[in-house]
Write a protein that binds this ligand. Structure first.
Ligand code: ATP
Length: 970
């Protein structure tokens, strides 16, 4: 900025040095705001006052706008005072001269003085002015446009002003150089004058000759020097000219640069304006063409109109011609008529003359003296002649007047005639009109009359109609009145009803709530009663079901059917997961003897004596079988078999776990408790054996060596009883004995791992309890045997994955199980031969599975879908077994001689030595055992559900202990 300031200062100083500037305007507002420019202004003169004092210039700080407004007025000042200078500064970006508004004016004013000084300078200045003028015009335009710009355009304007500023600097530099050239040119001019003086002096020297030879030589030398100097100056001048040309080229370049750079907003604006101007021109052209077109159209229309008018004119001309011809004809006719009138007038005149002549002749003939007088007058007096002439003239005049009058009269007569004709015509017309009028009047009168009549008719009709309507209205009104009178009570009733309904509607929610409440109560009561009835019916049904069951059980007992119970184990982790572990077994809600199995979408039902769902506890299962178990204390052979596929829970049901024991332990415990209960009248001895049938070999699980194979033998003496020689029998007196025995047997039993069970029993395990009792009072001895059998798992070899030894085991197991099935089958079909001896198992169970025993089959069923086929097989097997009738079981009773009783009979001897007489009661199919009581035969019913020892008389009046009677064979 300092450089710019110094440039400005130099430019101003250089300019002011040669110009008589008296007023300097600077955009002082900004300079006053900013210290630096003010300081720079001090470089010029320190301050406005100092400038004025030191150099005689007036320095005014004014705003740019103020300068703009002052310029016109300053022109006047400039004219009066001489030159003026104006520097307009910008705000921040270019604080120093952007435009020198007064410069051109100043130059123009100073031109005459310059021209006086140097033609070369004048040319240079003119060239400069020519180069400067478009720039200044551009700058001025920029300035003017800048004034109109708003602040957002300032930055662009500042950019433009910077460029303008550069141009200005260039111009200023050119001007400074031009001034230097002009100074040099002045010097050259001075030198030229000097050379002219020298040449004059040279001439003088020649004329003086030798006198001034020395002086001449000196001057000559000086001349040479001066010539050298002149040449040098000329060279300098040429150099300057060349530089000036270069500068002019530079100036042209700058101007071209300026024009090429001219991508400013202003130029764009100018381009826009140019394009806008072009567009406006085009629009103008279009408008002109449009206007021409419209004009042409109008002209065409006018021409058409003119043609039309000309046609009309020609028509009118034709019409006029026709009219003229008509007029002419009429004129001709008029002329003819005039001629005729004249002829007629002449004829009349002639007639009058003739008449006058005849009159005169007549007068003359009548008055001859008058003719005389006339002749006298004619002859005698000139005066008279004149008078006569006058009289004749007068007479002619009068005649003419009379003719005229006659003519007038004639005209008037004609006119009168015409008028009379017209009057006649008019009269005729009037008469016609009058007739028409009369006719019209008559018509009108007639119409009026008809209308009057119509009106009267219509009025009368309307009146009649109105009267009828009125009557109808009156009637309806009467009806309405009557209805109203009738409706009033109805309305009253309706109003009452409405009020009642309104009240009801108002009370309806309460009523509804109450009704709903009542209905709900009634409904709940009904539901309760239905529920009560239902529950009653259900309880009755259950009771009935229970009774039916009891009856069935009793029938089963009486028939000696093998009871079949089905126990379904829960899904275990061994069943794995997935579709195969899905439960397919369901139960009947009301009948605990029915279960359903879903296989391949079909549901099959099976009826058993009782079913146990998976949630059934060991205790519940045992409760069901416990009566059977205790019956062994009464001398029955009882057998409970656990049957099912491997892993279905046979061992679980029979042995159970330590914490949840199965039937075996519970049975022993129950029998112990029974024994202790009966200990007052009975002496019981319980002994337990445990055997295992493994691969068709009978092994003693309680013996010292369980690998010894035992045999089953028939007891000697023909009793048909079987016994196993060498079988260990352990007495059971307490729970300790039981636990010890069961533990030992469990340990000895052969179990292996199979695909279907981690601890599969590979053998049939039998717990055989022998209960011997003796009634102390009677000496009756009973021997009952309880077989608790945990069969080996029935399975398919392929599924169990058995091979080698396992395969043999499986084959043996299946063989023995099929032997068991054969036995049941033979029993079911009541064959004479039952193949007990086909397997060790059936042979050993012969006593229990014969017609003397009680048997119960506990079917173990797996609920998993993957075992559904095995489950179905088991259930079908159970179904078959269920229909097996073993017959009415018999007790094994022995009579020992006591003090109170007499020994009547003894049966076959005991296989183990002398045994008391045993009585085996054969019960007939009717289920009524016959007993000999003290020599007489009395029939007693056997009521096992009351007590096995009780008997009742046939008439059902007396009940007695079986043990208290003396029994004998029938
Ligand atoms: N009612 C039940 N409640 C709980 N778990 C049971 C039940 N029945 C069986 N189980 C379980 O099922 C698995 C197999 O039972 P268990 O060994 O008694 O079958 P099994 O018929 O004796 O088989 P195998 O013939 O191969 O000896 C055992 O883990 C057992 O605990």
């Amino acid at each position: 900025m300092d450089v710019l300031c110094s440039l400005l200062v130099n430019a101003i100083h250089n300019f002011l040095k040669n110009q008589r500037v008296q007023t300097l305007f600077i955009n002082g507002c900004n300079m006053q705001k900013r210290k630096e420019p003010l300081t720079q202004s001090c470089v010029i003169g320190g301050s406005a006052t100092m400038l004025q004092d030191s150099r005689g210039y007036n320095l005014h700080y004014v705003s740019q706008r103020c300068i703009q407004s002052l310029i016109p007025s300053m022109k006047d000042n400039q004219r009066s005072t001489g030159c003026w200078w104006c520097v307009v500064g910008n705000k921040y970006s270019a604080p120093f001269p952007l435009t020198m508004v007064g410069t051109l004016k100043q130059n123009e004013q100073s031109l005459p003085e310059i021209e006086e000084k140097s033609p070369h300078e004048r040319n240079t200045t003119q060239e400069l002015r020519g180069a400067q003028r478009p720039l200044m015009a551009k700058v001025q335009e920029t300035r003017t446009q800048q004034e109109g710009k708003t602040y957002p355009a300032k930055r662009q304007a500042e950019h433009e002003t910077t460029r303008d500023y550069k141009v200005q600097l260039q111009l200023m530099r050119l001007q400074a150089e031009a001034r230097q050239l002009r100074d040099k040119d002045d010097k050259r001019h001075t030198m030229c004058e000097h050379s002219a003086e020298i040449r004059q002096l040279e001439g003088d020297s020649h004329s003086h000759g030798k006198e001034w030879s020395q002086e001449d030589h000196i001057l000559h030398t000086k001349l040479h020097d001066m010539q050298d100097m002149l040449e040098h100056k000329q060279k300098e001048h040429e150099e300057m000219c060349r530089k000036l040309q270069e500068m002019q080229c530079h100036a042209e370049e700058i101007s071209s640069l300026h024009t090429s750079l001219g991508g400013t907003d202003l130029e764009k604006h100018r381009d826009l304006l140019v394009s806008e101007n072009e567009r406006l021109k085009q629009e103008l052209h279009q408008l002109r063409s449009q206007r021409d077109c419209e004009k042409k159209q109008e002209l065409g229309a006018l021409k058409e109109r003119l043609l039309h008018m000309e046609q009309e004119e020609s028509e009118r001309k034709v019409l006029i011609c026709a009219l003229q011809r008509e007029v002419q004809q009429k004129a001709e006719r008029l002329a003819e008529a005039e001629l005729r009138v004249r002829d007629s007038v002449r004829e009349r005149v002639e007639e009058e003359e003739r008449l006058n002549r005849r009159l005169r002749e007549y007068q003359l003939s009548q008055q001859p003296h008058i003719k005389y007088v006339v002749k006298t007058v004619e002859v005698e007096s000139e005066k008279m002649k004149a008078a006569v002439n006058q009289a004749e003239a007068r007479n002619n005049h009068l005649q003419e007047q009379m003719d005229r009058q006659n003519q007038v009269v004639q005209d008037m007569k004609w006119q009168l005639q015409r008028e009379q004709q017209e009057v006649n015509k008019l009269r005729a017309q009037v008469a016609l009109y009058a007739a028409e009028l009369d006719h019209a009047q008559e018509q009108m009168v007639q119409e009026f009359r008809s209308m009057q009549e119509e009106k009267e008719l219509a009025v009368s009709e309307a009146f009649e109609r109105a009267q009828e309507e009125m009557r109808a209205v009156h009637q309806s009104l009467d009806g309405v009145r009557k209805n109203l009178l009738m409706l009033q009570p109805a309305l009253r009733t309706l109003t009452n009803d409405y009020n009642v309904l309104k009240r009801q509607v108002r009370d309806f929610p309460d009523l509804l709530c109450g009704a709903i409440r009542e209905a709900r109560d009634e409904f709940s009561q009904a539901v309760k009663s239905v529920q009560a009835t239902n529950s009653e019916l259900l309880s009755k049904y259950r009771r009935e079901l229970y009774l039916r069951k009891e009856c069935h059980n009793q029938l089963v007992r009486l028939r000696g059917n093998i009871r079949v119970l089905a126990r379904v184990r829960p899904i275990t982790p061994e069943d794995e997961t997935g579709a195969g572990a899905r439960n397919v077994v369901s139960f009947d809600q009301d009948d605990d003897g029915i279960l359903y199995i879903t296989n391949k979408g079909k549901i099959q039902s099976f009826e058993m004596d009782k079913t146990f769902p998976p949630r059934t506890t060991q205790e519940e299962v045992f409760d069901e079988v416990s009566p059977l178990i205790t019956s062994c204390l009464d001398g029955y052979n009882v057998c409970i078999l656990a049957y099912g596929q491997t892993g279905s829970g046979k061992t679980y049901s029979m042995e159970g776990t330590a914490s949840n024991p199965g039937i075996n332990q519970r049975a022993l415990r129950l029998l112990l408790s029974e024994v202790s209960e009966r200990s007052r009248s009975w002496e019981h001895h319980l002994s337990v054996s445990m055997v295992e049938i493994y691969n068709e070999t009978l092994r003693d699980l309680l013996g010292s060596d369980c690998n010894i194979s035992l045999d089953i033998k028939m007891a000697p003496g023909g009793s048909g009883e079987l016994y196993v020689p060498g079988l260990t029998q352990c007495n059971v007196r307490n729970m300790h004995d039981i636990n010890k025995i069961l533990e030992l047997g469990r340990k000895q039993r052969a179990t292996e791992h199979t695909n279907l069970n981690a601890h599969s029993s590979r053998s049939h395990a039998l717990l055989i309890l022998t209960a011997k009792g003796r009634e102390t009072s009677t000496g009756i001895c009973t021997t009952g045997k309880l077989y608790l059998v945990d069969l080996a798992g029935s399975e398919r070899v392929s599924r169990s994955g058995a091979a080698g030894e396992r395969l043999r085991e499986a084959q043996c197991i299946n063989r023995s199980l099929s032997a068991l099935g054969d036995v049941f089958s033979a029993l079911r079909s009541q064959q004479a031969h039952v193949p007990y001896r086909n397997s060790k198992l059936t042979y050993l169970l012969q006593e229990a599975l014969s017609r003397d025993g009680k048997a119960l089959l506990l079917l173990q069923v797996s609920p998993a879908e993957q075992n559904v086929n095995e489950s179905l097989c088991s259930l079908r097997f159970g179904d078959r077994v269920r229909s097996v009738e073993l017959g009415v079981p018999s007790r094994k009773i022995e009579q020992q001689p006591t003090s109170a009783t007499e020994s009547s009979e003894s049966d076959s001897p005991s296989p183990r030595g002398a045994r008391p007489t045993s009585l085996r009661k054969k019960v007939p199919a009717s289920g009524i055992p016959n007993y000999h009581i003290k020599g007489c035969v009395r029939l007693l019913y056997f009521r096992p559900e009351i007590s096995p020892e009780k008997c009742i008389s046939r008439d059902n009046t007396r009940e007695t202990n079986c043990s208290s009677v003396t029994l004998c064979h029938i």
